[in-house]
Write a protein that binds this ligand. Structure first.
Ligand code: ADP
Ligand code: MG
Length: 623
């Protein structure tokens, strides 16, 4: 018997490979989108006709290719992304093994135009079933446009196997979502049969989710984040009440690549246990970042399955991250202004009180303790508070309301939190108390305010403390709609770009609740007739600029995030800064206002506001 083994011709090998890489139009979309991303495109356009059966075109403004590269890119195992086998394990591009273009060209009519930035003219290449039918020099824009027509034209069995246009479009849309969600910094356009399905501007992760799934999504999202040595987790989970009967909005991304992982999915579901009905599924958009060397993306040709080195640890981290996110969210409903508009305090203390026993003695420093306990002297008169009409002791009082109902006796509470108060009835060191009032604070390096407490001293970051005070004040004003505004003698007219004006229009109503009063609104101008009490006329422009830019970074369609964002921005912009000198009475007022806040330990941006140094700490340094 003679030799019977033959090498398969390339076009046959390519067709076979194509079976693996290209199952349906959506696979082509995925490969081409990923190539455009690897080419560092800023804007990517996807054009589809008849569910991708007639046309799939992807236009990018990325690096483009030289004429030689354009030709080579259609060869099998032709890739610019890996040079040696080990590279496969350290891939930070979407590339696989240089098979996609070769496979696609084997089973379709491909028309490619491409040009790198450096050259004046580009290349126009046509390939049908792996055969180049024409190659020309052409005047084309920078970047690459690849049109794939008549998919499976030469494999009728596969073409017949395709589903209806709607079903194929559905698959393409799913693929598009996955890629677009993983790359919010790239703008995407998606057209089907001539009509625009998606227009996604460059955005952040939250905005991208909302742009894709609609404005209503915003209120469903709860952010989660965790940073460990093994993995960095960020993203969003849907609030439990929005869990769905059908699967759907469930996305895992590892190093910005969509993956499927039943194991990690289980970790998420486990975290939701008890919070959702057993027959429903939680929604999530989770972004995991791991060392590329610790995963194997390439175990599956379509690259949606990943093998992790340390799956068990990942499972545990993910589960606890989600649980933590859900736990934090439980506090949030009280901040939802739709629900609690009529309450006179914007915060619910019930949840916070539960954690108080863990707080150390000094953390509860409270200059108004005497007054609150009703056995004090008249010391509170010394302090001038900036908390508007409400006296400081009153606002401090209100802090006890929730606590007392939660803890059996207020005495138990005092002894737990304000141990220092039990003996003398004064939180300040007795000696200082007897001395002059301004002796209780001083400013250090125009940055910190230092004050003494019974057990030692407190060092307060002045800027963060003021941020906290302003934040709570604005939040309260906005919530109870009680902001006081100062009428301007002459209306202020400020100019903004059209897009900034659009943003201003969106947040105008919320801004009004902080005390801004708006007059005429034109296309690129806004008239302001009143400003919040705390804002100087000269600061208005700066405040609005900051607001617009902060809002552009955040989606703030619903009341909670928008109000919170407004309060944060106003607090950040208007707070006392590091480097500002404060006179003794301002120092004292700031200290008092801070400790009258509902939350004293962290700034609105989650940074520590003060530290305490106990006598013990100091003693130790003298040994
Ligand atoms: P891979 O992505 O695995 O490298 P492909 O067959 O998808 O394999 O692409 C082959 C090569 O063609 C890529 O490595 C890249 O150099 C080039 N290429 C493909 N698409 C583009 C594009 N849109 N812009 C620039 N270069 C591209
Ligand atoms: Mg590729």
């Amino acid at each position: 018997m003679g030799d019977i083994i033959q090498l398969l011709p390339d076009h046959v090998a390519n067709q076979i490979a194509a079976g693996e890489v290209v199952q349906r139009p959506a696979s082509v979309v995925k490969e081409l989108l990923e190539n455009a991303i690897d080419a560092k495109a800023n804007t990517i356009k996807l054009i589809v006709k008849d569910g991708g059966k007639a046309l799939i075109q992807i236009v990018d403004d990325g690096t483009g290719m030289t004429a030689t590269d354009a030709r080579l890119s259609f060869e099998r195992h032709a890739t610019s992304k890996i040079r040696k086998a080990e590279d496969l394990f350290d891939l930070d591009t979407k590339g696989f093994r240089g098979e996609a273009l070769a496979s696609i060209a084997a089973i379709a009519h491909v028309d490619m135009q491409t040009k790198p930035a450096e050259t004046e003219l580009g290349t126009h290449l046509k390939i049908e079933g792996s055969k180049v039918t024409s190659q020309e020099v052409a005047a084309v824009p920078k970047g690459t446009s690849i049109a794939v027509k008549n998919l499976f034209f030469n494999i009728p069995a596969r073409r017949n196997f395709l589903k209806s246009n709607q079903v194929e479009l559905r698959h393409i849309t799913d693929e598009f979502h996955r890629v677009a969600l993983a790359h919010p910094s790239i703008a995407f356009h998606f057209y089907n049969n001539g009509s625009e399905l998606f227009n996604l501007p460059k955005a952040n992760y939250r905005q991208r989710i909302v742009h894709i799934f609609g404005a209503k999504t915003n209120q469903k999202l709860v952010p989660v984040s965790e940073d460990t040595q093994v993995v960095k987790v960020s993203g969003f989970i849907n609030k439990p009440e929005f869990s769905k009967k059908s699967r759907g909005e469930q996305f895992f991304f590892v190093n910005n690549r969509f993956i499927k992982s039943p194991y990690l999915h289980h970790a998420v579901v486990a975290a939701f246990e008890g919070l959702i009905r057993p027959d429903t599924y939680p929604g999530y958009f989770l972004y995991l970042e791991v060392d590329p060397g610790s995963i194997d993306i390439n175990i599956h040709p379509t690259k949606t399955e990943v093998k992790f080195d340390d799956e068990h640890t990942l499972y545990a981290i993910l589960r606890s991250t989600i649980k933590h996110g859900l736990g934090q969210f439980n506090v949030i409903p009280a901040l939802d202004f739709e629900q609690d508009r009529n309450l006179d305090t914007p915060y619910a203390y019930k949840d916070k009180a539960a954690s108080l026993p863990g707080v150390t003695v000094d953390a509860g420093f409270n200059p108004f303790q005497e007054v609150a306990q009703g056995k004090g002297t008249s010391t509170s008169n010394r302090y001038k508070s900036s908390f508007g009409s409400q006296s400081t002791s009153k606002s401090w009082d209100s802090l006890y309301v929730g606590l007392e109902s939660d803890l059996e006796s207020s005495e138990g509470f005092s002894s737990m939190k304000f141990e220092s108060d039990l003996g003398t009835g004064s939180i300040f060191d007795g000696k200082h108390e007897a001395e002059e009032s301004h002796a209780t604070t001083f400013q250090l390096k125009r940055k910190y305010i230092v004050t003494t407490i019974k057990s030692g001293m407190v060092v307060i970051d002045q800027s963060r403390a003021h941020q906290r005070v302003l934040y709570e004040k604005f939040l309260k004003n906005i919530t109870i709609k009680e902001a006081v505004s100062q009428q301007l003698l002459f209306p202020l007219v400020l100019s903004f770009s059209k897009s900034d004006m659009r943003m201003l229009k969106d947040i105008k109503d919320s801004l009004a609740t902080t005390g801004f009063v708006f007059g005429k609104l034109e296309e690129e101008q806004i008239e302001i007739t009143g400003v919040p009490l705390l804002v100087a006329e000269s600061e208005v422009g700066m405040v609005l600029d900051q607001l617009i830019s902060d809002c552009q970074m955040e989606v703030s369609a619903d009341s909670f995030s928008q109000t919170d964002l407004l309060a944060k921005t106003l607090a950040k912009t208007l707070s006392v800064k590091t480097g500002e000198a404060l006179d003794p009475s301002s120092q004292l007022a700031l200290v008092n206002d801070l400790f009258a806040c509902k939350e004293t330990q962290v700034s609105p941006f989650n940074k520590p506001v003060y530290i305490t140094i106990t006598e013990n700490d100091i003693d130790k340094r003298f040994i």
